[in-house]
Write a protein that binds this ligand. Structure first.
Ligand code: CP
Length: 526
């Protein structure tokens, strides 16, 4: 059985399955014990112990804990550790990230640890360096660890957060009730919780933040789709007035560096609602623990320093756990441990690949029977059921987009708004000149008009009829664009990375790099 962890990248927390994470946490517990008890033989089972094994750290954004714990974890491994000094690198001469990391991957480096403001960067780099090392006949494929990318994710922080929760949960995966407090809008560590907490069988999450800093709706929806019970509160004060108070409070700092001017002007008032005060102490339940990914702001900490010496303090152990977790993560990716893990394969959901389905059982009807007010076409295409249930204005706007995407706007034909038999509005596109759609055309149609039906009209009769559903993946079309300017694929970042989307559980499109969720109307260049 091969080692499933060896050479793997960790770009988002979901890159490791739930059973893989559960295995990981058991290993972290074992290694932590070995270090605290100075059991050298057990520690050696985790070590790479190879001075030529290259671990490269590249921090394009400030960090203390993540950078230093990885540096010390690499030293534990007795491996070759290097850091790119970005202030003196050719990135500042306009070199692309792809060229920069391809270059370093050529110098016998197997694991890269990368922090950046650009979202989805490590996913791109893991793809590009794999091609580069293969092209150059190098005997390894670099693995990437996302050490935090913009507002997107911080998967190694998620691992150490979950490990610390587990320690305070008697290592039980049964259930968890967590309160997330602070800047839930900008904080990537709380965004990673939407998938990270799936580790537990039953999850209840309380979101405590003023409106301006509340969790983005897409993450709340993801939590709900994942079966979490989610409640929202505007302040700690409001939270403490209700009876179901959590014993696990996860605080985050207001991320001033990511806020716009409008929110910054209100920072004092916003901070009030997410900062713990002495008067709240006697409302807490016994055995309550506070956690924080840190750093705390020295003037305005949401967990004030007078709490440091209280049993509530879980954040210092959490920070120290980062060292153990990162040692074990490197051990796994290097293939030193993990041989005994056998995946159950239960977690891979079947993905429906078909997106154009022929409608076979239908009445032979003249196209003219369901056209309204215009002369029916004898030959060509009719796209029906467009945006059924939306308003006529919305339908009309979207039909213009469909025409553009399908290149149907330069021939004869037109748009029509009609009513279905159930009274709802729907759009129809008539294209007498369009014939013979290619497979690429059909994929574009299914992407831009899921739920529509495609009628191929021959001699005034519907000769073939197809129903379009959302494809599982969309890429390789140069008019796609992620709307997130922080995403590595967005044109403002000038990295020339084509946009790519994957279908979400609820039939929307998530950017394959930064994860931003879009409707089928939003993924096209303006
Ligand atoms: N928690 C965390 O990522 O801290 P640093 O920004 O100091 O690495």
């Amino acid at each position: 059985m091969s080692n499933v962890f060896k050479g793997r990248s960790l770009n988002i927390i979901e890159d490791f399955s739930i059973e893989e994470r559960r295995y990981f946490f058991r290993k972290v517990m074992e290694l932590k014990k070995a270090i605290l008890e100075n059991d050298q033989a057990k520690q050696d089972e985790y070590r790479i112990n190879d001075p030529d094994f290259g671990i490269y750290s590249v921090f394009l954004e400030n960090s203390t804990r993540t950078r230093e714990s990885f540096k010390n974890a690499a030293k534990f491994h007795h491996a070759k550790f290097s850091e790119l000094l970005t202030s003196g690198s050719s990135i500042n001469k306009g070199e692309s990230y792809t060229d920069t990391f391809n270059t370093i991957s050529g110098y016998q480096n197997s694991i890269f640890i990368v922090r950046s403001t650009v979202e989805g960067l490590t996913k791109l780099l893991s793809e590009e360096t794999a091609v580069y090392t293969k092209r150059n006949g190098l005997p390894y494929t670099p693995a990437f660890i996302n050490a935090g990318d913009g507002k997107h994710e911080h998967p190694t922080q998620e691992l150490l957060d979950e490990f610390t929760f587990l320690e305070d949960n008697d290592m039980s995966f049964d259930s968890i009730h967590v309160a997330l407090v602070g800047d839930l809008y900008h904080g990537r560590t709380v965004h990673s919780k939407a998938d990270g907490l799936k580790l537990f069988d039953h999850v209840k999450v309380d979101l405590i933040a003023p409106n301006e800093l509340q969790m983005p709706e897409s993450y709340v929806e993801k939590m709900e789709q994942n079966g979490f019970e989610v409640r929202s509160f505007s302040s700690i004060e409001e939270y403490l007035k209700q009876p179901e108070i959590s014993t696990k409070w996860y605080f985050t700092r207001p991320q001033l560096e990511r806020m716009g001017e409008r929110i910054l002007q209100k920072q004092e008032q916003l901070r009030q609602s997410i900062t713990f005060r002495k008067e709240f102490l006697d409302k807490l339940l016994p055995d309550t623990r506070f956690y924080h990914p840190l750093p705390r702001h020295k003037e305005h900490p949401t967990i004030p320093v007078w709490l440091d010496s209280m049993p509530l303090n879980g954040w210092e152990r959490q920070s120290i756990n980062g060292y153990y977790c990162r040692i074990v993560l490197i051990s796994l990716i290097a293939g030193i441990i993990g041989d005994d893990f056998v995946p159950s394969n239960k977690e891979k959901a079947e993905e429906e690949d078909e997106y154009i389905h022929e409608v076979k059982e239908r009445k032979e009807k003249k196209y003219a029977e369901y056209s309204e007010g215009i002369k029916p076409i004898k030959n060509g295409l009719v796209i029906d059921h467009i945006c059924k249930g939306e308003t006529p204005k919305e339908i009309r706007e979207h039909m213009e987009l469909i025409s553009r995407v399908m290149h149907l706007d330069d021939g004869r034909g037109g748009h029509w708004i009609s009513r279905s038999s159930d009274g709802q509005f729907k759009g129809l596109l008539f294209c007498p000149d369009a014939h013979n759609l290619t497979q690429r055309d059909l994929k574009r149609l299914a992407t831009v008009a899921p739920g529509s039906t495609l009628n191929i009209i021959k001699d005034g009769t519907v000769a073939e009829k197809y129903r379009a559903t959302t494809p599982p993946r969309v890429y390789d079309f140069d008019d796609l664009c992620c709307t997130n300017e922080a995403c590595i694929t967005h044109p403002v970042n000038s990295e020339n990375v084509p946009a790519k989307f994957v279908r979400t559980k609820d039939g929307q499109f998530a950017c394959a790099y930064c994860g931003r969720v879009h409707s089928f109307k939003e993924i096209w260049k303006k």
